[in-house]
Ligand binder design. Structure first.
Ligand code: NAD
Length: 415
């Protein structure tokens, strides 16, 4: 990182985790396409040197550890890495390898673009209207993992504290059998997430950032996220943006007509509009009016639900990419959003698009946008020609069924 900008050499070393289950199949297909696109687009002047990192079952079998310290050290040292899906170890030790990596590298943004490619089978009538980018907060919220099991000493202590110290005992309906979870949401955590979403929207010249929250019920945590987001936006981005908070203030001071005029002027001047939506309403909006949204900034748990609901509208998890990013340090781990689908391990049948498109996001992040666009176009062409893997094949008429590796070769042919 040079002054907050990633400085990428022509032959960068990029660590990868192959992943468990279907990981090796989808990784080898993705790597093949990425290498071919980089070679083709840059005529051999650029090349990625891949470096394997161990994690998951493969690491456990080789070292006795699910997430060796070496892997975290490598991911930290090389800044940018990519990974396939990992088995979540059952019982004891690490709760989730993905969560451990996110926390260790403080990857505070989970970035999930949601976009439809022509021909992908979708359950909605106009999937082409779905085209937005989700910024999900990745380090806080009820997801931080502060939980106490029902019946445990800690849960009992927690209840006693709530009842005796905080005077809130009546709010716990069944104290004897209640489990408890804590939801930390901070000003810094909220601000850095919303800031990243705004910077992304400005850089990509997108019209809106929508803060999605449940602040009507959880006033201090989710409500705080919204308020801190608006305040930071107005303080740091000044006249590049116009917020609903400013609209409301104008309405209060001089009426709705005046507020609407200010909003129209801001839109005409190309300012970024920052609004907010209640999370349950937003889940409807994904189906009813997705065209009204371009960048979403939301908390951890909302973001988890929203990402999968939105992914379903454009063809499901087999094709949705993702990344975990710390824009300050530059650390980024690009990853498939689906799991290891162990039943299909080593069958060479599953769709590699989720990991491949995560690779496309990685190339964009590195500034290698020409290669990214080439892959995206070549993949879209394969889908349009209905030359696809089994998940899409089952939902299309007159399609040609390809194996994972054949789908990769088809994309390379289209480059
Ligand atoms: P899963 O995503 O592995 O599989 C669910 C179903 O989705 C599969 O049976 C398959 O029908 C379909 N599917 C998944 N990937 C596909 C692809 N690339 N192409 C076509 N279809 C695909 O979810 P699961 O069964 O709940 O989890 C299995 C394991 O994966 C668990 O150990 C879980 O903890 C882990 N997991 C890991 C990650 C990750 O590493 N990011 C994410 C989710 C689950």
């Amino acid at each position: 990182m040079d002054n907050g900008k990633l400085n990428v050499p022509d032959c960068p070393i990029i660590p990868f985790i192959e992943g468990d289950g279907i990981g090796p199949d989808v990784w080898s297909a993705s790597k093949m396409v990425i290498d071919a696109a980089v070679e083709k687009v840059y005529n051999g002047t650029r090349k990625i040197e891949w470096k394997e990192m161990l994690a998951g079952e493969k690491a456990f079998n080789a070292t006795g550890e699910w997430l060796p310290a070496d892997t975290l050290k490598t991911a930290s040292e090389y800044l940018v890495s990519i990974k396939g899906p990992l088995t979540t170890p059952v019982g004891g030790g690490i709760r989730s390898l993905n969560v451990a990596m996110r926390q260790e590298l403080d990857l505070y943004v989970c970035l999930r673009p949601v976009k439809w490619y022509k021909g992908v089978p979708s359950p909605v009538v106009k999937p082409e209207n779905v085209n937005f980018v989700i910024f999900r907060e990745n380090t806080e919220d009820i997801y931080a993992g502060i939980e106490f099991e029902a019946g445990s000493d800690k849960a009992k202590k927690m209840y006693e504290f709530i009842a005796n110290e905080m005077g809130q005992g009546k709010k716990v309906r069944f104290p004897e059998t209640s489990a408890f979870g804590i939801k930390p949401v901070s000003k810094e955590g909220s601000e850095r997430l919303v800031r990243s979403a705004i910077e992304y929207a400005l850089e990509h010249k997108l019209p809106t950032v929508s803060i999605v929250h449940k602040g009507n019920i959880m006033k201090f945590t989710e409500g705080g996220f919204k308020i801190w987001g608006y305040e930071m936006a107005e303080r740091e981005f000044g006249d590049k943006i116009f917020t609903w908070g400013q609209w409301e203030a104008a309405k209060k001071a001089s009426g709705e007509e005046h507020a609407n005029t200010l909003l129209k002027n801001a839109q005409a001047a190309g300012k970024l509009i920052i609004n907010d939506v209640i999370a349950d309403n937003f889940l409807q909006q994904i189906l009813l009016a997705p065209q009204d949204y371009s960048v979403i900034a939301t908390l951890n748990l909302n973001g988890d639900y929203i990402s999968d609901a939105a992914a379903a509208a454009v063809g499901g998890i087999g094709i949705s990419p993702g990344a975990n990013i710390n824009y300050k340090t530059g650390h980024a781990v690009f990853e498939a959003t689906h799991g290891t689908a162990p039943r299909f391990a080593n069958t060479d049948t599953m769709n590699p698009s989720s990991l491949l498109l995560s690779g496309v996001m990685m190339l964009e992040y590195m500034g290698w946008t020409e290669a990214a666009r080439a892959i995206e176009k070549a993949m879209a062409e394969a889908i349009m020609r209905k030359r696809v893997t089994v998940d899409f094949y089952n939902l299309m008429h007159d399609a040609t069924l390809l194996k994972t590796s054949e789908f990769a070769l088809e994309i390379i042919k289209n480059l």
